[in-house]
Design a protein. Structure first.
Length: 469
């Protein structure tokens, strides 16, 4: 072989190698990393994404793209899985999870973003070439191209009158059927249910809250945002939370309006003329505990505050926002471990989280109706423990970020039936509330589509001075 031929072969070979080298863009590669951690390893998107973005070199515009693509893909996962299953040649369970996540992120770009179809396919395939190899990337390419030839798949489903309406709704709005049914059980109107489902699929602006004695709402507004109506210390952020010095310095928190309102209402039962003992029975990750602790520290040097969190990991999160000496790690169901009683007890109970689906995009896929049964029992046990720990004339607050009747109205009725010395308080007499937020029995029920908040529930019980047995 002469030198000319060798040179030509070398150039062609180099060109071939260069052509085959994957060139994924950093933004989509980060989205894939997030999806894999959330869907395969159980990570929480709202915790992991800020960490990934914070350690990246992405521009602001690319960070916004990552947020939209990752959160959108997770919210609409059920919808895209329906489309994917319509075009695969094997059972869904037999496809490698990494390929499924690649197809999902490609589908979101194809069906719900402004990305041109050819760019959505090509860019996603480049990520596939990097993370699963050439052969599997070809499979991803073929399936994504099949989706681009079936862009009206959801319109066809919506028009098909032979399909069960609840199943159809679960696909089109990407919610499990049991969650949709639970919303209807509470709202009693399918039009309102659809409004709620649509709202759950929108990206919410972060809500921030100033912690009294450490920061002010005015300081937060200097960075950007607008006043959050019906919140005394909150704002709606117009930029990333970490852009606020108060958030970075842990003198303010990222907290949904619903949780802020629960904290404010409970704190409004404060009686500053006498020392009181306060307990947050299920404090992790610490948002309400921080609000209450700092408010008490500002107004009342005599009262005490204790945050209890049995999970060591979540207790460490609480310790980032209130002093470690104010934190205990007892099992909240065992009242005898605390060694004292309290005047004010908050039970922000573990629940299905059906009221916070817009802020926790993967949550709708992680809970089932079977989980509900165990959670209801746990909530009842925590209420029983709180009742045992509550002083006479004390107030117990029961809160969930769920509107499910089994976790709200049913728990209230059960509590009043089993504990005759408790009486339900009318929250509307304690705090100004947005329209439609108060139930006939005086409890609070927020709705995301009505109040731009998590669908928080709150009931306040007072322990009668003369117990009725």
């Amino acid at each position: 072989m002469n030198d000319s031929n060798k040179s030509s072969k070398a150039r062609n070979g180099a060109g071939k190698d260069n052509f085959r080298k994957p060139k994924p863009d950093a933004a989509r590669l980060l989205v894939f990393e997030l999806l894999a951690e959330v869907n395969q390893n159980g990570a929480y998107a709202n915790i992991l994404l800020p960490q990934l973005l914070g350690s990246s070199d992405l521009e602001v515009r690319d960070k916004a793209f990552v947020t939209e693509l990752s959160y959108g893909t997770l919210r609409m996962l059920g919808k895209y899985d329906y489309a994917i299953q319509a075009h695969i040649d094997r059972p869904f369970s037999e496809i490698e999870p990494r390929i499924i996540d690649l197809l999902r992120m490609g589908a979101h770009q194809i069906f719900h973003m402004r990305t041109p179809v050819h760019a959505a396919v090509g860019a996603t395939v480049e990520v596939a070439r990097k993370v699963v190899g050439e052969s599997k990337a070809s499979y991803v390419n073929a399936l994504l191209r099949a989706l681009t030839r079936d862009l009206d798949i959801f319109e066809k489903l919506e028009a098909d009158k032979s399909v069960d309406p609840l199943f159809k709704m679960s696909i089109l709005y990407s919610h499990p059927e049991w969650i949709i049914q639970s919303y209807f059980d509470s709202l009693k109107d399918w039009g309102s249910v659809v409004e709620l489902l649509e709202f759950n699929n929108l990206a919410p602006a972060p809500h921030l809250v100033a912690w009294r004695g450490k920061s002010t709402r005015e300081q937060l507004l200097e960075t950007g945002g607008e006043i959050l109506e019906y919140s005394r210390y909150g704002i709606i952020s117009t930029t990333q939370p970490n852009d606020y010095p108060e958030i970075r310095g842990r003198s303010a928190g990222v907290q949904d309006f619903g949780s802020q309102l629960v904290s404010e209402i409970f704190y409004d039962t404060h009686e500053p003329e006498r020392a009181q003992s306060w307990l947050d029975l299920c404090a992790g990750p610490g948002g309400k505990a921080a609000w209450l602790f700092n408010s008490l520290a500002t107004d009342d040097s005599l009262s005490t505050f204790q945050a209890n969190e049995p999970s060591e990991h979540r207790a460490e999160l609480v310790a980032r926002v209130i002093p470690r000496q104010n934190i205990s790690t007892f099992d909240g169901r065992n009242s005898e471990d605390f060694g004292q009683t309290y005047n004010r007890i908050l039970i922000d109970a573990p629940c299905t989280g059906l009221g916070a689906l817009r802020r926790r995009p993967e949550a709708r896929w992680r809970k089932s109706s079977a989980d509900l049964k165990n959670l209801v029992v746990l909530q009842r046990e925590l209420i029983d423990s709180g009742h045992a720990l509550l002083d006479q004339d004390g107030i117990l607050a029961y809160s969930t970020c769920s509107p499910h009747l089994a976790e709200t109205f049913s728990q209230v009725l059960d509590t009043l039936h089993r504990h005759k010395d408790l009486e339900l308080m009318d929250i509307s007499k304690i705090h100004d509330l947005p329209a439609g937020a108060i139930n006939k029995n005086g409890t609070l029920q927020l709705w995301s589509h009505l109040h731009n908040s998590d669908a928080m529930f709150l009931a306040l019980f007072r322990k009668k001075t003369s117990s009725v047995k």
